[in-house]
Design a binder for this molecule. Structure first.
Ligand code: FAD
Length: 488
């Protein structure tokens, strides 16, 4: 899907002399590897996104290597009226990093701002540049026998700054919360180029408005995150993982309730996978082996984690015995090693890769109250079956957070333009089902450009006024990621 309608230089509305002047000014504040020309082959990977559904255009890709360089670039953009599209690992799924080519714009990649700054073991915190890849940050914490619990399929590529900008969720939210709950300090360059320093590392700080929380989840529309201080946790000594089969999503959610009661806060993950997703995992990894003796309509990956003083295995066995007794489970396997646990998790991760491999499809990221999860899936399936009989619905997700990815695969071979057109209508139906249940169309992936209209349409007049007033107060020139979240 192309969002770009301007010239391929990404300099729409800019004459050649102005364009050259702007590029020369950027060259004056960045080193040679800090600038990639917008029309060069090297720029291609920054202009599209992970889904491959979008292609954009930019005057240049800027890669500052120091916070002062970010500030200098922002000041120049403000002076020349050039839009800035911040980019982390470019794994976002809502076109937040795509410059749509309708006005002069640069992509500002944080990838060279990639230092772990400091681990404060006594404060249980870690400070990092925004461009540190999430997996690198997790490894640095682990090297100190600590845990940074944010965990998602894209962790080998996404950056901590991008996680902050999207308020990322992932598989451990039910125990540790969203990124919002994990950040104790931020540093950000504001749209006038000034540096806001909020790396306090404080757990309690009630001094008025919380700028940190405003920036978290703002998707690059209010400022550029350059530094992050995150909470660390003791690294659990015991991790127990089970792969389970259930008759229905209703049984799976009843099992979740039981697991919460039996394991309390030791439960770290509760993921559901509709059996229809398994062929997608196989498509991505033909060696996929489901550890269930029979076919079950709903698969569950459940994990709990605790210190060495607690017998996690006994707790898990107690839970499973109660669940079998209550008729909530048909079959299940407990991982006997970390390698086996990883193989269980791989099924959940591979299905996401498999969908992308199958081709363009319709993605959602819905959330409802936990008690409404089975109803959401039943109603969405009934809707697709009745109105889009040739399309294949699949459901999986972070059910312990009420977050379901209800995705729909078009008939193989359907032209991309038809998928886009029909997909738009199909999505409206799915969003309507979530809305009628009091849910959200965006549990964790954000709004970006692809969901901006549904976001704005769903706001009450006073919410809308507040959102636009905030944007105008932070970014009066409208240079920060225009068109993302709010109109550009
Ligand atoms: C396979 C796969 C699995 C995923 N699983 C999950 C999941 O379980 N949970 C989840 O929440 N998400 C998930 N995602 C989505 C994505 O990984 C997250 O949204 C992630 O937080 C994006 O980080 P990023 O560094 O790639 O950001 P990008 O994609 O580069 O950017 C995302 C947004 O943040 C802005 N931005 C990026 N960096 C900065 C910065 N330093 N300052 C200001 N703005 C910035 C961008 O302008 C854009 O609007 C998944 C994606 C993939 C591909």
């Amino acid at each position: 899907m192309s969002l770009a309608s301007g010239p391929s230089t990404g300099a729409a509305g800019m004459n050649e002399a102005k364009r050259e002047a702007a590029l020369a000014a950027f060259a004056g504040v960045l080193d040679a590897s800090g600038i990639v020309g917008g029309s060069s082959a090297d720029a291609a990977r920054y202009l599209g996104d992970w889904t491959g559904d979008y292609a954009g255009a930019a005057l240049a890709v800027l890669r500052p290597a120091a916070v002062e360089q970010v500030q200098a670039v922002v000041r120049l953009c403000a002076k020349h009226g050039i839009a800035i599209v911040p980019q982390g690992g470019n794994t976002g799924l809502v076109a937040g990093t795509i410059s749509d080519g309708t006005r002069p714009a640069v992509i500002l990649s944080l990838e060279r701002l990639n230092r772990i700054r400091r681990i404060d073991a006594a404060n249980f915190t870690l400070q990092a540049d925004a461009g540190v890849v999430l997996q690198t940050l997790k490894d640095a914490a682990e090297a100190e026998n600590m845990l940074f619990p944010l965990a998602l399929g894209a962790q080998g590529s996404c950056q901590i700054g991008g996680n902050v900008a999207t308020n990322a969720g992932g598989i451990n939210v039910l125990r540790y919360g969203m990124t919002r709950d994990l950040v104790l300090g931020l540093e950000a360059v504001l749209p006038d180029g000034s540096l806001w320093q909020g790396m306090t590392g404080l757990r309690k700080d009630n001094r008025g408005y919380d700028l940190r929380q405003l920036l978290i989840g703002s998707e690059g529309t209010l400022g550029i995150v350059t530094g992050v201080e995150v909470k660390l946790f003791p690294r659990p000594a015991n991790i127990e993982t089970a792969y389970l089969g259930a008759r229905s999503f209703a049984d799976a959610m009843a099992l979740f309730g039981l697991a919460r009661r039996v394991c309390s806060d030791l439960l770290t993950a509760f993921e559901v996978i509709g059996a229809e997703c398994i062929p997608l995992a196989v498509l991505s990894n033909p060696g996929t082996r489901v550890p269930l003796a029979e076919a079950w309509p709903v698969h569950i990956v459940l994990e709990l984690a605790c210190s060495a003083a607690i017998d996690g295995r006994a707790l898990l066995e107690t839970l499973l015995a109660e669940a079998f007794e209550a008729g909530l489970l048909g079959d299940g396997a407990i991982a006997q090693s970390r390698a086996q646990a990883q193989a269980f998790w791989a099924i959940r991760e591979d299905l996401v890769e498999g969908q992308a491999k199958r081709g363009m499809h319709i993605r959602t990221d819905l959330s409802v109250r936990l008690s409404d999860v089975p109803r959401l899936i039943d109603e969405a399936r009934a809707y697709v079956t009745a109105e889009w009989p040739d399309w294949e619905p699949i459901a999986y997700g972070h059910a312990g957070d009420g977050n379901i990815h209800f995705n729909v695969m078009p008939p193989l071979g359907l032209a991309p333009e038809r998928i886009r057109q029909d997909g738009k209508r199909l999505l409206q139906g799915l969003y309507g089902i979530a809305r009628d249940l009091g849910g959200s169309f965006s549990a964790e992936h954000g709004v970006g450009r692809s969901r901006r209209d549904v976001f704005l349409d769903g706001l009450s007049p006073n919410q809308r006024a507040a959102v636009l007033a905030l944007k105008a107060a932070f970014d009066p020139k409208g240079i920060m990621n225009p068109g993302c979240l709010v109109p550009g």
